[in-house]
Design a binder for this molecule. Structure first.
Ligand SMILES: Nc1ncnc2c1ncn2[C@@H]1O[C@H](COP(=O)(O)OP(=O)(O)O)[C@@H](O)[C@H]1O
Ligand SMILES: [Mg+2]
Length: 374
C-alpha cells in the first residue's frame, strides 16, 4: 500500500482461555501468527474460531492468558486502538451511500484529511478492481462486488492486521473460488498479517500459509497445508482433513516369526522395518491405521509385495467426471476410495482392494496421537 511505514504485526496468543459461563470456547491456546503471514484458523462449527478472532479484535476479553500484537500486550487496549480491521460473513454496506462513500466512511469518521482520504479510497478501489463502480449504490452491485466493497472498507484503513471471519460463506460456489484467489493476491500485495477463519478445509488448504486446527477450543495442529495432509498430528485432524475422509482400521499388532504385522478384520498390513520399529514402542498392541481414499487401489497388481489386500463388495459408485468415489463394504464396515473414472465397477461386484504401505498413517488408539514412522 502507498503509505511506507512498516509495521511489525505478529499476533501471539499466550495460554489464552475464554469461558462463557460453563462453556470453554477457547482452551489454553498458545500460538504465534508471524508478521505478514496468512494464517487460517480451521475447525468445525462451535470450536471457538470466531471467539479466538474476537479476542484479537478486542471484542471479547480473555478469561486467562495474554494477547500480543506486534510487541504490545493488548489485553487492556481498546478495540479501536488495536490497529486492525475485521471482515465478517455478514457485512452491511450503507445502502444510501455510493461505493466511494462506503469506502471513505471510516476515514471521514477519523477525520483523515480529504486528499489522503481520496488517495486511499482510489488505491483500495484499484487493488480490488472497483474503480468503475465507485458511483454506484450497493443495490446496483452483484454479491461478489459487494463483498469486495466490504473488503475495501477494511483496506482503506491500512491496518497492521486483517481479521476475516468466514467472509466468503455467503457467496455462491464459483464466486467463492474467484474471491479466494483475489484474497491470496491481496495478501501478497498488502504484505500484512491475515488471520482468516473458516470451517471449509478447501479454503484453508488453498489460502493458508499455515493452518491452525481447533477442536473444542483447543489447538490440534499448527503447520503448513501439506504437513496437515501428509502428517496429521492426531485422529481428529486425520478425520477432519481430506474429502472423502480418511478410512480407519482398528488393528492388532502380532509378532510373526521375526517380523511385526498389523492385523485387522480381513486384512493384514505388512509393515516396513521403520514402521515396525515405531509401533513396537507403543504401550499397547492395538493401533489405528488410517488410509486416505486416494491411496487405495484395486487388486489387479496383486503380485506386488508389501501390499495389504482386502476382499470387499462394491456398495456405491459416485461419478464426478474427473474421478469416482466408490464405497465398498467389508462386513459391517465401509471403505471409501477415490478411483480413476475409467475403472468400470458395478454395485454388488466383488473386488480386492490394495493399500500401499508407504501411505499408511498410524495412531495410538488410547491417545489418538500420530505414531511417527519416518
Ligand atoms: N457470547 C457468547 N455467549 C455464550 N456462549 C458463546 C458466546 N460466543 C460463543 N459462545 C460459545 O462458544 C463456543 C465457540 O463459539 P464460536 O467461537 O462462535 O465457534 P466457531 O466460530 O468456531 O463456530 C460455542 O459453544 C458457542 O456456543
Ligand atoms: Mg464462527
Amino acid at each position: 500500500m502507498a503509505a511506507g511505514v512498516t509495521k511489525m504485526s505478529r499476533v501471539v496468543f499466550e495460554r489464552v482461555t475464554k469461558h462463557f459461563g460453563e462453556v470453554v470456547a477457547v482452551d489454553d491456546l498458545s500460538l504465534e501468527v508471524h508478521d505478514q503471514e496468512f494464517l487460517v484458523l480451521l475447525g468445525p462449527s462451535g470450536c471457538g474460531k470466531s471467539t479466538a478472532l474476537r479476542l484479537v479484535a478486542g471484542l471479547e476479553e480473555p478469561t486467562a492468558g495474554t494477547i500480543v500484537i506486534g510487541d504490545r500486550v493488548v489485553n487492556n487496549v481498546e478495540a479501536k486502538n488495536r490497529d486492525l480491521a475485521m471482515v465478517f460473513q455478514d457485512y452491511a454496506l450503507y445502502p444510501h451511500m455510493s461505493v466511494y462513500d462506503n469506502l471513505a466512511f471510516s476515514l471521514r469518521m477519523r477525520r483523515i484529511p480529504r486528499q489522503e482520504r481520496q488517495q486511499r479510497v482510489l488505491e483500495a478501489a484499484r487493488i480490488l478492481g472497483l474503480e468503475e463502480l465507485l458511483r454506484r449504490k450497493p443495490a446496483q452491485l452483484s454479491g461478489g462486488q459487494r463483498q469486495r466493497v466490504a473488503l475495501g472498507r477494511s483496506i482503506v484503513r491500512q491496518p497492521s492486521v486483517f481479521l476475516m471471519d468466514e467472509p466468503l460463506s455467503n457467496l455462491d460456489a464459483k464466486l467463492r473460488v474467484q474471491t479466494r484467489r483475489e484474497l491470496i493476491k491481496l495478501h501478497r500485495r498488502l504484505q500484512t498479517t491475515f488471520i482468516y477463519v473458516t470451517h471449509d478445509q478447501v479454503e484453508a488448504m488453498t489460502m493458508g500459509e499455515r493452518i491452525a486446527i481447533l477442536c473444542d477450543g483447543a489447538l490440534q495442529q499448527l503447520t503448513t497445508p501439506r504437513e496437515v495432509y501428509e502428517r496429521p498430528a492426531n485422529l481428529f485432524v486425520a478425520a477432519f482433513i481430506g474429502s472423502p475422509a480418511m478410512n480407519f482400521f482398528q488393528a492388532e499388532l502380532e509378532r510373526e516369526a521375526d517380523r511385526l504385522v498389523a492385523r485387522s478384520d480381513g486384512v493384514e498390513f505388512p509393515l516396513s522395518p521403520a514402521q515396525a520399529q515405531a509401533l513396537a514402542a507403543l504401550p499397547t498392541r492395538n493401533v489405528t491405521i488410517g488410509v486416505r481414499p486416494e491411496h487405495i487401489g484395486l487388486g489387479g497388481e496383486l503380485a506386488k509385495a508389501g501390499r495389504a489386500v482386502l476382499a470387499v463388495v462394491v456398495d456405491m459408485v459416485e461419478s464426478l467426471g474427473s474421478e469416482q468415489h466408490v464405497t465398498f463394504s467389508n462386513g459391517d464396515s465401509s471403505i471409501q476410495a477415490r478411483l480413476d473414472p475409467s475403472l468400470a465397477l458395478r454395485e454388488g461386484e466383488k473386488v480386492l482392494l490394495m493399500f500401499a504401505h508407504e501411505h499408511l498413517h498410524f495412531f495410538d488408539p488410547e491417545t489418538g496421537l500420530r505414531v511417527e514412522d519416518k
